[in-house]
Design a protein around this ligand. Structure first.
Ligand SMILES: *Cc1c(COP(=O)(O)O)cnc(C)c1O
Length: 438
């Protein structure tokens, strides 16, 4: 291996990182090893991981049960095309997904990333209405502050500001946006106003709307906002009433993060289409899935209009990669064999107790915690980098964006490391806050 200074010099001048420039405004930290909830840097610093590699890691890095399954698959068949061929890892993963996801989701499409899973979801919805000879239903509806991916179809349903719609104005499809739900997670039966805006828009536009897309209970990258299960329940009813499909994006929330196996379970509902990603392999390798109902797969496979192809028009090269499917099977079996609900409650309690005092600072707008997700929303959006630097100085890995300092640790993070994480966040926010307060 070349010496680190040379590698980092090349990285700086040639390698793009997410949403960054070349060279980047601040250099990335080189990581040489991961284990459990610990990242080891090239300088041999040990950081407690608060990000789970963007929601993905559930049982920490390099979990032996997942590695074992992957090693075995690696030796027999790391990859094979899925066109005309099939294999046990894809079938057994699909069995688990059909069994675990809410009824009536039982048709599975396996892809390589979350954005692509959403693209497939959108295609399913569009093809469904075309197959039923209702081609006018080709628009999407969603809420503001959402995030569904970085490809063109998904960007068009991301929050118009966060999703940089201005930059791609001419290329993006125009869809219908309702205001984001505002009422937080806690149930308050007296306030049902959020959903009224959705109903008004559906009433007006339903004849052109194919599907409504939403992240259940937690809006992730578009604002780290939580909303009431009741909202989702009413949305499900409205979609039925106005003959609009509901696409539930569980890419961030799937597999336990909010305290339910799937966040849509808080509302006791199911989408007509559901996407899974990030958490599917417990953060070990890229894989995502789009599930739908037999009603939709049958309509697509038997179109009323003869001129329409009777197939779902998608098929990526690496779909259903056996190595990734095997990692996902091991991840799911591991999750179901642990007391994950108790772990989520333990983390939720600790995050709430230790982060809530930050709400007293002028710099902090709100602290909110749901399941194993802790969010400190600041009043300013220009402090992410200094707070990240402070966190690293405190030996923890946190990557704020905009006004949001947030953490979603692995479910099995030891108490001592969780304490280190929350203490590190509190210290970092306080130290940035003090010079401002004084
Ligand atoms: C991350 C994310 C996506 C996109 O997944 P990628 O694997 O990054 O393409 C879509 N929807 C939600 C809710 C996400 O959090």
């Amino acid at each position: 291996m070349q010496p680190w200074p040379a590698l980092l010099e090349f990285d700086k001048n040639h390698v793009w990182h997410p949403y960054s420039a070349i060279p980047p405004k601040s250099p990335p930290i080189a990581i040489v090893k991961t284990q459990g909830s610990i990242l080891t840097t090239a300088d041999n610093q040990q950081l407690v991981d608060g990000m789970s590699s963007w929601w993905a890691t559930l049982h920490g890095y390099n979990h032996p049960a997942i590695l074992k399954a992957m090693h075995a698959q690696l030796d027999t068949m790391p990859h094979i095309m899925f066109g005309g061929l099939t294999h046990q890892p894809a079938i057994e993963l699909s069995q688990r997904l059909v069994e675990l996801t809410p009824e009536p989701l039982n048709q599975v499409f396996l892809v390589d990333s979350g954005s692509v899973a959403m693209e497939v979801a959108i295609k399913m919805a569009m093809q469904y209405w075309k197959a039923l000879n209702q081609p006018n239903k080709h628009k999407l509806m969603t809420v503001r502050n959402g995030y569904h991916g970085d490809t063109f179809a998904t960007m068009a349903i991301c929050d118009p500001v966060n999703g940089m719609h201005g930059l791609f104005e001419q290329q993006l499809s125009q869809h219908i946006f309702a205001p984001a739900p505002t009422q937080g997670f806690e149930l308050d039966d007296n306030q049902h106003t959020d959903i009224q805006a959705v109903e008004a828009l559906l009433k007006e536009h339903h004849s052109s709307i194919a599907a409504f897309t939403i992240e259940p209970i937690v809006q992730g990258a578009g604002g780290m906002r939580f909303y009431r299960p009741d909202y989702l329940k009413q949305l499900r009813q409205l979609c039925d009433q106005y003959n609009v499909l509901l696409i539930i994006d569980e890419i961030a929330t799937g597999f336990g993060r909010t305290g339910k196996l799937f966040a849509s379970e808080w509302a006791g509902i199911s989408g007509d289409i559901m996407t899974l990603g990030k958490t599917l392999t417990g953060g070990h390798i890229s894989l995502a899935a789009t599930l739908t109902t037999q009603k939709i797969s049958q309509a697509i496979s038997n179109p009323l209009t003869p001129s329409i192809p009777n197939i779902l028009a998608h098929g990526p090269t690496f779909m259903a990669n056996p190595l990734a499917c095997q990692a996902a099977i091991a991840n799911i079996d591991l999750l179901l064999s642990t007391h994950w609900q108790a772990d989520i409650q333990r983390i939720e309690k600790q995050l709430a107790e230790q982060l809530k005092p930050l709400a007293d600072l002028d710099l902090v707008k709100e602290v909110r915690v749901l399941g194993a997700i802790g969010v400190v929303e600041l009043t300013r959006d220009d402090l992410g980098q200094p707070i990240q630097d402070e966190c690293v100085a405190n030996n923890i890995w946190i990557r704020p964006f905009g006004k949001l300092v947030y953490t979603m640790p692995a479910y099995n993070i030891p108490d001592t490391q969780l304490k280190q994480l929350t203490t590190g966040i509190v210290k970092a926010v306080e130290s940035i806050s003090n010079p401002i307060d004084n």
